[in-house]
Every structure is written in structure tokens, then in C-alpha cells.
Design a protein around this ligand. Structure first.
Ligand code: IPD
Ligand code: CA
Ligand code: CA
Length: 260
């Protein structure tokens, strides 16, 4: 079986655990004031670590719930067992298992699987981005005023510190200039929607590699742009990520406030 087929199969199997959990009672623990984790995040990650270590023995497995090392790795799979845990807890079906394979500093394979809607987004470098059998392209909308844009809010907002201020300033700056803004609660799904042509752009600060490792490749392979807030190539650990169709990415970079 090819590597991408194996990755899709493992994501689907992990998705079964997530789907079972979505319809069951959950034990909810707090990683921070508003940052939640359930037994299903942990169980799904454990399953993924077992399955991926067997299928991809040469890759470092960077799982959200267990990994503590450096993010800068030669060959790695960045794993978010449930991206959108707050949605998972509240019964909102915008969530996914996200698996991003990176080699030599670039994404090579990606799978984002929403087991509730049974939507499987995948990409291979140089071979396009797909939803099942359908090839994806970013939207052709050229004006910021027609753009439906997605974002997210960092958990650190509760401190009303610099992150909170930036989020509020960014909204104040762009809201009058765009069609509308969405905060749906899963960066991996948001990036998949951008690749699919639903959103014209997505931006957020303080994301971790497992939130975006797969979605970045989906967007790039669907013809979109990905950068940090300064417009430079995005690297894990950068303060912000800005992604979009080529035209809207450029316009959004100009409109967003710099991160201090
Ligand atoms: C979160 C989601 C959310 C984003 C947060 C992430 P989690 O991931 O992607 O949309 O705004 O910043 O941490 O905690 O549900 O895996
Ligand atoms: Ca996440
Ligand atoms: Ca998660």
C-alpha cells in the first residue's frame, strides 16, 4: 500500500474513536482555563502513535497530548488527534484528526479527516489537494470586500494581554473591509475549507505545528499562499500564520496589524 493510502487508512481508524466519543459521555479536564482535553483526545492519540510508529518507523511522532521535544525535525509527523476539542465537547461537528508529514523542512503528505461529516481531505506534495476523489482549488474571488475569512482566538486571550489586544485590533481593522469573519473552532478544518474554496483566507496567532502541519500542504496544493505575519515563509513557532488565495493573502497581510 502507498504511504498516502496508509496515512488515510490510519486517519479513518482514528476517526472511529473520535466519532464514538462524540456521541458518548466525556470526561473533561482543563489544560488551561479554557483549554480542554477529554479521554478521547488521549485515546485517539495513543492509537495514532501505535499505528504510525509501525507504518512510519523513521519519522518522529509529534503528538499534541504527549510530545515535549523540539519542533524542528528532519522527518516528522505532526499529530492532532482532535483539532476542535471545544467543538467536540459541545457537540459541534467542525473537528478533525489532523496528520501532517514533513521532511527536510517541508510538508510532503497531509490528511485532515472529519469523522462526524465523513470528509477526508488529503494532499501529496506536487500531486494536488483532494476531498475524497474531488480535486480542490482555492476560490477565485479577487476582492477583500467579497472575502469570507476564517480566524481563531488563542487560549491565552483570558489574560487580556498582548494576544488578546492583537486579536481585537485585527478584527477592528479588517471587519469593515471584508464580507464577514468566521471563528469555527478548528484550524485544520478552516485550512481545509480554504483549500476547498469556501474561505478566501485564514489567519490566527499562537498556533502549534499539529494545528497547521497538514492544512498548510492542503492550501499550498490547492493554489493558496501561506506565510507569517511579515509575509515571510511560515515556520513552526512563528507568532502568526496568514493564508489565503494569492490576491486575498496579499491584501490581508497589508490590512492586519503587526504582532508586537
Ligand atoms: C485549537 C483549534 C482552534 C484554534 C486553537 C487551537 P484544539 O486546537 O484549532 O480553532 O483557535 O488555537 O488550539 O485545542 O482544539 O486541538
Ligand atoms: Ca489543535
Ligand atoms: Ca487537539
Amino acid at each position: 500500500m502507498s504511504d498516502i493510502k496508509l496515512l488515510k487508512l490510519i486517519a479513518r481508524e482514528a476517526g472511529e474513536i473520535v466519532r464514538r466519543g462524540y456521541h458518548s459521555h466525556k470526561e473533561i479536564h482543563h489544560k488551561g482555563v479554557v483549554d480542554l482535553v477529554t479521554q478521547y483526545d488521549v485515546e485517539t492519540e495513543r492509537f495514532l502513535l501505535d499505528a504510525l510508529s509501525e507504518a512510519f518507523p523513521d519519522h518522529t511522532l509529534v503528538g499534541e497530548e504527549s510530545y515535549t521535544g523540539s519542533w524542528d525535525l528532519e522527518r516528522a509527523i505532526y499529530i492532532d488527534p482532535i483539532d476542535g476539542t471545544t467543538n467536540f465537547v459541545h457537540g459541534i461537528p467542525h473537528l478533525a484528526v489532523s496528520l501532517g508529514v514533513w521532511e527536510g523542512g517541508e510538508a510532503t503528505m497531509a490528511v485532515v479527516y472529519n469523522p462526524i461529516l465523513d470528509e477526508l481531505y488529503w494532499a501529496e506534495r506536487g500531486r494536488g489537494a483532494w476531498l475524497g476523489e474531488e480535486q480542490l482549488r482555492v476560490s477565485e474571488d479577487q476582492t477583500l470586500q467579497n472575502a469570507l475569512i476564517a480566524t481563531g482566538f488563542p487560549y491565552a486571550k483570558v489574560n487580556r494581554g498582548a494576544e488578546y489586544r492583537w486579536v481585537v485590533d485585527a478584527i477592528a481593522e479588517i471587519l469593515p473591509r471584508i464580507q464577514d469573519l468566521r471563528r469555527l473552532g478548528s484550524a485544520a478544518c478552516d485550512l481545509s475549507y480554504l483549500a476547498r474554496g469556501i474561505f478566501a483566507a485564514f489567519y490566527e496567532i499562537n498556533l502549534k505545528p499539529w494545528d497547521v502541519a497538514a492544512g498548510i500542504l492542503l492550501v499550498q496544493e490547492a493554489g493558496g499562499r501561506v506565510s507569517n505575519l511579515a509575509g515571510e515563509p511560515y515556520r513552526f513557532g512563528d507568532r502568526g500564520i496568514v493564508t489565503g488565495t494569492p490576491a486575498i493573502h496579499r491584501a490581508l497581510l497589508e490590512a492586519l496589524p503587526p504582532y508586537i
